[in-house]
Design a protein around this ligand. Sequence first.
Ligand code: PLP
Length: 450
Amino acid sequence: QPSSTEAPNSIEAKDIAYQLHSYTNARKQEAEGSLVIERGEGVYVFDNNGKRYIESMAGLWSVAVGFGEKRLVEAATRQMAKLPYYHTFTQKTHGPSVDLAEKLIAMAPVPMSKAYFTNSGSEANDTVVKIVRYRSNALGKPEKKKIISRLKGYHGVTLASASLTGLPNNHRAFDLPMPGILHTTCPHYRAGAVPGESELEFSQRCANDLESLILAEGPDTVAAFIGEPVIGAGGVIVPPSGYWQAIQAVLKKYDILLIADEVICGFGRTGEMFGSTKYEIEPDIMTLSKQLSSSYLPISAVLINDRIYQPIADESALIGTFGHGFTASGHPVAAAVALENLAIIEERDLVGNVRTLSPHFLSRLRALESHPLAVEARGVGLIGALETYHAAFAEKPGALGAALNRAMHERGLIARNLGDTIAFCPPLIINEAQIDEIFDIVEASFDAVN
Ligand code: PLP
């Protein structure tokens, strides 16, 4: 979907000359160039040729309040003028980080004790891996350190968080996963269930697989389990009935901590404020980012309960410090923007908007399931995906997804193909007519490629 790369001083040409891109085939990028997005307004973004796209992925699952929200610009400007930067090391603090910590503890779906601020979802999950280790050492259980995550789970790209991620592209050529991180069954019912198996039976089998792994490793060596309430980047995999209940029963049995990665689900995506509420998950630790600030500025948070906080506080007294922290942890401008963003989500009842619109969103999504290119439609709240297949593209995984993506792009829609699965995760401010605009384009694109 490149723009012109011909003018030597164009953004396109300079992009090729100077920038290495995330999640990009660099040689393809050199040959084709990039799409230059110049501005955004509501659920739309515009490229540098003035072409408008409806942004059905909210950027990267994150721009809850839409693009061009003036209140966030003003909140940032106010804070920038007052105190553009300060840190939270060595007993220093500032109002925005304190207010945001208080707000997140108040919003949390289960009692939480403290918030720790980081700058990305990856840093939040990386911090969690370190917190889990620190705590086990504090408790005098140095052998209890392994963390179990799931195949197809996505938790980020730092060495530790990429190890938690259960996707081959995040491991291959990076020499990952690192030792001590294990992966268990992905709860994808259609792909994983055996004939005749009910959702409940399949969920129980996932929990049995988890228990077998714990027993094989030795329960005294397993510290924690991490999961997204709904798997996002791994293909929008909605948990089958009874899944989280069955998993939590196993974790309780072996005294294993539960970490909910709410980086996508948090702040309304599933129709509840948190995915943990939606699926009755009771985490000890939660990680938050993306819709926390609508990604207007980078910020993320780790919430920990008292079972985590108290031993960490003891150990920090013993060692003399909790030796962890980022220069920008709790950055005042990012925290001020997050607070204003959360105020907008609450004042405009965007979670209510998700509940109101979800049936329409899901019915348009599921209507495509009968299309010859579709294998399965999955979704909850305002997050969904269409898994696709066509014999003509079967030899090259991802080729059909890419062709569909191109067709949608030509018609003014930005979606995201995760291989051959097309994901949708629009801004929470979307309305019914805009949902129709998205799926009218999706239908036309599927027909064009078929
Ligand atoms: N966790 C989940 C569930 C995510 O979806 C993502 C990013 O997509 C991350 C963690 C990593 O966040 P970041 O890209 O901000 O490092």
